[in-house]
Design a protein around this ligand. Structure first.
Ligand code: S3P
Length: 757
């Protein structure tokens, strides 16, 4: 027995005794080597038809001993031993026949065949039913190499093993096989047999058909005799798997016939459409296929970076370690405005003609919107360096997406899309990440229902949102219960599809990018103080959109420069829309030295270069009318308030409690850790600023709760800290400001990013 106390020893104790590998090739040999390396079993016995293979397997140390006839070793097996059948799929039945009536009680049989339906059929042919000791399995690992010499002890590390136990498979045996695979570093999951065979037909068997078929086609083509000599990376990458074992793959094709035929038919029909597009010079159709495929492959590449066949991508764990001191200096351009980036994709998609966008924010939130419209059939090129080209499909050109639209962390995507989707002919489901799944959606579902939409939410009005298509919408006159641009925009966007004139009246001015951009696309929007109205049934005309830098992102550097002596930054080309300039007004009221240079209008939005120099700040009572105009900037403003002389009081900001986190509580908790007196209230906070030019914040560990703006605010605080500030859960900074750390470091902040996973 292996040494007691080791993990492998425990696994062995959990039930893996001897391992018998029938078929000592890449798959069987690698399990043998892996288990031996992990001391995961007592002995490995190989079974191979050819004596040479047996000798080679022993000589290579893959097995402890080997026999050519399994009957020779069956009598010595006992409860807890495992027989792993790793022969080509269609040979499995012959092996089962040899095992029939000779398997000692308590021995588990499993296999590694790529098709599970045929293994089940083989078992039924031999035993009359699937025996309770058979655990069908499939390791999703391998390579184009085959044979015992290709076996490796690390083949299964971080790979998935799919088990397809039947109703009568005994738990004891499933548990043993699960433990065995876990001992070699694999992740084990279960799936019904049919589902396994369909998924594998599409993801593995079809690619092999195509690779074998392509290489054979080229190899037979006399005119192409030089093809292999000149074939470069593309051919090599695409056809690597055509070097796989022919017998194994012939067996898989025959064993999984129906599922593979279904996949081939689907692919043939898509290839046919692609052929027609090439023949007729249909550039848009080609761009549609290629851009969608590229986006899907890029996403898959990220998944692969973690491991093969990952079900969902677990969020990467990112910690910021912000070191104390420093100042910020230089000319900076922060990324494009998030609100405008979302809207550019939405309106560009629904417009007639091609919209070119510049300055698009390549953050995860705006990309989630972009992906949603791709999923609804819109051809979107890019983004490449902030440039996006959208081939508009017109107001009624969206198509039903293939599945739920996943918008990640992005409240703006979910709420604005809800309005647009309520007007479509097809049903949709909107889902999001853990944080978004906790945020209130009745604020948009309720007015949409008043318009006649059928919208279902999850529990307590949370996501997912299920929106029924095909309902005629009627215009409403809606008075918003809260100052929310997302709610206003949602109603106005639904109003595009409503019969009559839809109006919104807001309790306080909120960002008006929807209204401005609709006008920019030639859609008439009437505006009268707090009221905005539009008539349904119009159309949008494509155009050019220049997205300015996001004032919400610029605010981190405005605060940084204001609190760190010796700072002087110029923030270029920042949007200063009067519905967004609250942070400038509040910081100025606190004594900040902010000047707006080169003020101009770009595409219907006011823009300026913002110069900020260090200046001592004082605490203030923040005017409530500024709250909606600075709604996303408060976490950073609280950092400024902590450095100001005297008390800062915020009221009328209960909306902060339903952002990506409860921002009042999250900031109060973090500030307390760092030694600042910050008292949360129901609708705001009271902060006792320390003033002066010395350290304001002690060091310590704070939790951003996965909220991008909390993370960046505490990073800025380090400029006036006495020791390191460690900020946990910072991966979501990528939702709005993917290059924050790079820009911050370039400007003079001392920030380390530690990334795990
Ligand atoms: C946004 C509106 C605001 C803001 C969000 C973006 C928008 O949300 O916090 O980051 O683009 O319309 P609310 O409308 O919920 O205040």
């Amino acid at each position: 027995m292996p040494e007691a106390g080791t993990l492998a020893g425990q696994d062995a104790a959990a039930g893996i005794g001897r391992l018998v590998v029938v078929g000592i090739g890449l798959i069987g040999g690698s399990l043998a080597l892996g288990l031996k390396a992990a001391s995961g079993c007592r002995e490995v016995i190989g079974v191979a038809r050819r004596p040479q293979t047996c000798e080679q397997a022993v000589a290579l140390g893959v097995v402890d001993r080997a026999v050519t006839d399994i009957a020779d070793i069956l009598p010595e097996l006992e409860a807890g031993d495992v027989i792993f059948v790793a022969v080509p799929t269609l040979t499995v039945e012959a092996v089962f026949a040899q095992l029939k009536d000779r398997v000692p009680a308590g021995v588990t049989i499993t296999d590694g065949a790529s098709v599970k339906g045929s293994v089940i059929a083989a078992a039924k042919n031999v035993w009359g039913e699937v025996p309770e000791f058979l655990v069908p399995g499939h390791p999703i690992a391998g390579s184009e190499q085959s044979g015992v010499t290709a076996a490796r002890d690390d083949l299964y590390i971080a790979h998935r093993i799919i088990l397809t136990p039947m109703e009568n498979t005994a738990d004891e045996h499933v548990h043993r096989i699960r433990k065995m695979w876990e001992a070699v570093g694999a992740e084990v999951l279960s799936m019904p047999v049919d589902e396994h065979d369909e998924v594998l037909a599409a993801t593995s068997h079809l690619p092999h058909v195509i690779a074998f078929g392509l290489v054979d086609t080229l190899a037979h083509d006399a005119e192409n005799e030089n093809i292999f000599r000149y074939a470069a990376g593309g051919f090599r990458d695409f056809t690597r798997i055509a070097s796989s074992d022919p017998v194994m793959w012939r067996d898989i094709m025959l064993a999984n016939r129906d599922a593979i035929l279904k996949s081939i038919d689907l692919y043939t029909s898509n290839l046919g459409s692609l052929r027609s597009a090439i023949a007729s010079g249909d550039s848009e159709q080609l761009m549609g296929v290629f851009t969608r495929a590229k986006a899907a492959r890029d996403h898959f590449t990220k998944m692969l970076a973690k491991k093969a066949y990952t079900e969902t991508m677990e969020a990467k764990e990112v910690t910021f370690i912000a070191q104390p001191g420093g100042a910020v200096n230089g000319d900076l351009r922060v990324p494009g405005d998030k609100s405008m980036s979302h809207r550019s994709i939405m309106l560009g998609s629904l417009a007639e003609g091609v919209t070119e966008v510049e300055g698009f924010l390549e953050g995860e939130d705006a990309l989630a919107t972009l992906q949603s419209f791709r999923d609804m059939g819109v051809v979107i090129e890019g983004p490449v360096n902030g440039r996006v080209t959208i081939h508009g499909v017109g107001m009624h050109g969206l198509q039903a997406p293939p599945g739920p639209l996943y918008v990640g962390n992005s409240g703006t995507s979910m709420r604005l899309l809800a309005g647009l989707l309520a007007g479509q002919k097809f049903d949709t489901v909107l889902t999001g990440d853990e944080s978004l799944s906790k945020r209130p959606m009745n604020r948009v579902a309720n007015p949409l229902r008043e318009m006649g939409a059928v919208v279902e939410t999850g529990e307590e009005g949370r996501p997912p949102l299920k929106i029924k298509g095909g309902n005629a919408l009627k215009a409403i006159d809606y008075t918003l219960p809260m100052a929310s641009a997302q709610v206003k925009s949602c109603v106005l966007l639904a109003g595009l599809y409503a019969d009559g004139e839809t109006s919104t009246t807001e309790p306080a001015p909120t960002r008006d990018h929807t209204e401005r951009m609709l006008s920019g696309f030639g859609y008439e929007v009437q505006r009268d103080g707090p009221r905005a109205s539009l008539k349904g049934g119009g159309k949008l005309t494509a155009g050019h959109i220049d997205v300015p830098a996001d004032i919400s992102s610029a605010t981190f550097f405005m605060v940084a420069a204001s609190i760190a002596p010796g700072s002087d930054v110029l923030l270029q080309h920042v949007g200063i829309n009067p519905t967004r300039d609250g942070a400038i007004n509040i910081l100025r009221a606190m004594g900040a030295d902010i000047t707006l240079e080169n003020q101009r209008e770009v595409g219907g939005e006011p823009v300026a270069d913002i110069r900020v120099r260090y200046a001592p700040l004082k605490g203030i009572k923040i005017p409530e009318d500024q709250v909606p105009l600075a709604i996303d900037e408060f976490p950073a403003i609280f950092v400024a308030a902590s450095c100001a002389e005297g008390e800062t009081v915020l009221t009328g900001a209960e909306e902060l409690r339903v952002k990506e986190s409860d921002r009042i509580q999250a900031m109060a908790d973090g500030l307390e850790v760092l030694g600042v007196d910050a008292k949360p209230t129901a609708d705001g906070i009271v902060i006792q600023g320390k003033g002066g030019e010395g350290a304001v914040f002690g060091g310590g560990e704070v939790d951003s709760l996965g909220d991008h703006r909390i993370a960046m605010s505490f990073a800025v605080a380090a400029l006036r800290a006495g020791a390191d500030i460690r900020i946990k859960h910072c991966a979501n900074v990528a939702t709005s400001f993917p290059n924050f750390a790079e820009l911050a470091k370039g400007a003079g902040m001392n920030l380390r990013v530690v990334s795990l996973g």
